[in-house]
Ligand binder design. Structure first.
Ligand SMILES: NC(=O)c1ccc[n+]([C@@H]2O[C@H](COP(=O)([O-])OP(=O)(O)OC[C@H]3O[C@@H](n4cnc5c(N)ncnc54)[C@H](OP(=O)(O)O)[C@@H]3O)[C@@H](O)[C@H]2O)c1
Length: 358
């Protein structure tokens, strides 16, 4: 039987890396990565090539003809682009339609939330989904829980710092809102199942591993680490204030990271922390299929096992390739008050502080 040819956009990224691993483990797929020319020599791409991935050089922002060429012969396209690049998937979807792609997986991989004004990032994705549907391009939308890797707070001893993106030291509201969690490494294994399944064609799928509240996460980490973790509760009103301030500030230049990062972080807190959007029950209500129902034999990474590796010092951090330089860290030192990815991905600036750290 011939293999399913899958082309991945964003293979050097965090979600893309997980998906590349999940698909490379499975011999039914022949894997291609669409990589922009400037990134072809990235260590992550070189290492994927060594493992059998083929490269098609192309930039999503390039001419549509070159995108169509890059998709020639491809059965499934999976996109994992970052927040600022969601609209760049529209030409990709058009090219996929022209190239006769049989299934398009746009960049979902976000937590569950209803469209239409709760989260800017969600709505960016929904705009792409609407274009896909207007093209009548066969699709599957895959969403996931909050990554295990971003879910736990810092330990006072500093033992977990090596794996952390930020101090993550805020409990939203009373900390009792349940949310779905997924180990980043499981995403690719779920995707391998989902794209080989007729039941998921033209459907949304929610792939979560477990449901926990923030208080439960703190309790578990305290038990494993035998350290007391200070609980810094952020009242609901403060979350709304942050959301409003970040929305106002990002109105003029919504694609400036200094504007959109504080906005989507505040809106995430609103969505999963206050509204409780990111649960399997809500996903079902919104029309998602649930990966646990589809694949009852799937064995995800256990959350406790994951936290034990964090405390032991053997977990792998995320976004470590985007750490700000030591010089920047000296200029913009991290503080305990930040709960954002912001310090790691982009150095903090006065304007971002005043927006977000109010
Ligand atoms: N559930 C959660 O907890 C959670 C957490 C974080 C993110 N997410 C979601 O996951 C999605 C992916 O985020 P991520 O953090 O995994 O992404 P990421 O690590 O920033 O990677 C993005 C990838 O997109 C590629 N790309 C961007 N523009 C491109 C272009 N013009 N042409 C070709 N390739 C391009 C980049 O290529 P280069 O290598 O060339 O730069 C990079 O490999 C996001 O949209 C977000 O919604 C979810």
């Amino acid at each position: 039987m011939s293999k399913t040819k899958v082309l991945l956009v964003g293979a050097a990224g965090e979600t893309g890396g997980s998906i590349a691993n999940g698909l490379l483990e499975n011999p039914i797929f022949e894997l291609y990565a669409l990589v922009r020319p400037r990134s072809v020599q990235k260590p992550a791409i070189v290492s994927l090539q060594d493992r059998g991935m083929q490269i098609r050089r192309c930039d999503l922002k390039g001419p549509e003809e070159s995108l169509t060429e890059a998709l020639e012969g491809i059965d499934v396209v999976i996109s994992c682009v970052g927040p600022a690049e969601q609209q760049d998937q529209i030409p990709l979807a058009k090219a996929a339609k022209r190239a006769g792609v049989k299934r398009f997986v746009p960049c979902g991989f976000i937590t569950v939330a209803p469209p239409g004004g709760i989260m800017w990032l969600r709505d960016e994705k929904e705009t792409v989904y609407n274009h896909v549907k207007q093209l009548r391009l066969p699709y599957t939308i895959i969403d996931v829980g909050w990554w295990y890797q971003l879910s736990y707070p810092r330990l006072e001893s500093g033992r977990a710092d090596y794996a952390m993106t930020s101090a993550n030291n805020e409990i939203v509201g009373d900390g009792n809102t349940p949310m779905g969690l997924t180990d980043l490494r499981d995403i690719g294994r779920y995707v391998a199942r989902i794209i080989d399944d007729e039941r998921t064609l033209n459907k949304m799928v929610y792939a979560y591993n477990t449901v926990k509240t923030q208080n439960e996460i703190y309790d578990l980490l305290e038990e494993i680490s035998e350290e007391k973790i200070q609980r810094n509760y952020i009242p609901e009103e403060s979350v709304y204030t942050r959301v409003l301030a970040a929305r106002q500030s990002s109105e003029t230049y919504p694609f400036d990271p200094v504007k959109f990062i504080p906005r989507y972080l505040a809106e995430y807190q609103l969505s999963w922390g206050i509204r409780g959007d990111n649960t399997p029950e809500n996903a079902k209500y919104l029309g998602y299929l649930i990966a646990k129902d589809l694949y009852p034999d799937f064995r995800p990474v256990d959350f406790r096992d994951y936290l034990e590796t964090v405390v032991r010092g053997t977990a792998k951090g995320v976004y470590t390739d985007r750490m700000v330089s030591k010089v920047h860290q000296r200029a913009f030192p991290r503080t305990e008050s930040t709960d954002s990815l912001y310090t790691r991905i982009f150095p903090r600036t006065e304007s971002s502080d005043s927006l977000y750290m109010r």
